[in-house]
Design a protein around this ligand. Structure first.
Ligand code: SF4
Length: 424
């Protein structure tokens, strides 16, 4: 057993000299000083070089869309039990903070319990050094070699303006673990902006420039301000979050589950053919029977073409991991879906594969059930018909719950239920 605490690697995944390494190492030290166990900390990161640290952390990690880590962290903090000893830490870059500024303002305004660490290297490092709203006057980047005189947003003052109870701007050189520890120990919302340099783009575009000099000439003084605010009551925090969840989104149990255990289902079709909607429908139908359900979508960045796939897990126990390398059922409704599914088909030997009859049967020891789905219900309804067939033929859920869920689904106004019940 090695003696590493939080960081699970000797070699951090950054370019040599990157300031993000210092943030990770000082974070480790700060959490040790405060006596946290790594599994008492939930790190939420998002897109940007800073975010690739999460694969090296021995803690809980969540990696979100660009600029959305604060929003995700708000949900996580709201879901923690009252008096939890867990700590929510957001790692975000200056690019992410620019994109997700609204989330930062709301989190500070409402005093959400989390610490946000902005890795401010004053440019978008991951994508080649474009300027962000944190790029100060006179700081050149590869795509903006003559930076305008507009200058950087002063994030610390902006946060103070919305009532943040703890903000600081520090230099990311040397040992700054005490500063981080102070922020981590602060109840409610705290934000630390760590000023850094990106050697690959910042140093190259500003030869000879030192971080100290950048900070001095930027007008962004190192700064700390704590304005004690009454720690937000857990009830009012969760109440705020719950106010965002309308009755329309809640699914209450109306039926009994007809089987126990966990079922993993892959739906795979083509873009624009209702795969995601059918998967969501399946998950909601399970919830109507009081089961836990997750749905995870997969599709190319260009969402309108190519495959569209979704993994649904249904269980009578809480689901802690939403992926499935070996689904129990694969509902494949198009050639795109079949191509996408091939690695999972090769990986599985006992799955049941409902395959549209127009598709070539793959070589597998799993059970392949050829079914005319596209021909009978049309390509746009093939995914939904596959869900009806799954429930009817394999008793995943009760037919009663299926019919009730469909009667409430907006598709039912356009496509009569007989399209699915009569054809399977
Ligand atoms: S590109 Fe810049 S920010 Fe990204 S890892 Fe390299 S030095 Fe760090």
């Amino acid at each position: 057993m090695d003696n590493r605490f939080l960081i699970d690697s000797k070699d951090l995944p950054f370019c040599k000299g990157c300031g993000h390494a210092g943030v990770a190492q000082n974070t480790e030290k700060a959490l040790q000083k405060l006596g946290y166990h790594p599994l008492d900390v939930i790190f939420v990161t998002d897109i940007g070089c800073h975010g690739i640290i999460d694969k090296s952390l021995r803690s809980h990690t969540v990696h979100g869309l660009h600029g959305r880590s604060v929003a995700l962290a708000g949900g996580i903090a709201a879901g923690l039990p009252h008096n939890s000893n867990k700590k929510v830490v957001v790692f975000i870059g200056d690019g992410g903070a620019t994109i997700g500024m609204q989330h930062l303002l709301v989190a500070a305004h409402h005093n959400f319990p989390m610490t946000v660490v902005i890795h401010n290297n004053m440019l978008y490092g991951m994508t080649g050094g474009q300027p962000s709203e944190f790029t100060p006057c006179g700081f050149n980047t590869p795509t903006a070699p003559n930076r305008s005189a507009v200058g950087a947003i002063d994030m610390v003052h902006l946060m103070e303006g919305v009532g943040a109870s703890y903000v600081s701007r520090i230099s990311g050189i040397g040992d700054f673990s005490d500063e981080l520890a102070e922020a981590f120990a602060h109840p409610g919302f705290s934000l630390v902006e760590v000023m850094e340099i990106c050697p690959s783009y910042g140093v190259k575009s500003n030869p000879g420039m030192k971080l100290k000099q950048v900070i001095e000439t930027s007008g962004l003084q190192l700064h700390k301000n704590t304005t004690p605010r009454q720690a937000i009551e857990k009830e009012s925090y969760t109440g705020f979050i719950q106010s965002l969840i309308t009755e329309k989104l809640l699914v209450k149990q109306e039926f009994q589950a007809v089987r126990s255990g966990t079922v993993r289902i892959l739906l795979a079709g083509s873009a624009g053919e209702g795969t995601q909607s059918a998967a969501e429908f399946l998950a909601k139908t399970a919830m109507l029977s009081g089961l836990y359900a997750t749905k995870k979508g997969h599709y190319p960045v260009t969402v309108g073409v190519g495959f569209s796939a979704a993994e649904v897990i249904i269980s009578d126990k809480p689901i802690f991991y939403t992926g499935s390398t070996k689904p129990d059922f694969m509902l494949i409704t198009s050639q795109d879906g079949l191509d996408y599914s091939m690695p999972k088909i090769k990986n599985s030997d006992k799955a049941v594969i409902l395959l549209d009859a127009s598709l070539p049967a793959p070589q597998t020891t799993s059970s392949v059930v050829a079914t005319d789905m596209r021909g009978k219900a049309g390509s746009r309804n093939a995914a939904m018909i596959s869900v009806f067939k799954l429930i009817k033929d394999y008793q995943i859920l009760s037919e009663e719950s299926l019919l009730t869920a469909y009667s409430r689904n907006k598709l039912s106004a356009k496509v009569p239920v007989e399209t699915f019940t009569a054809n399977i």
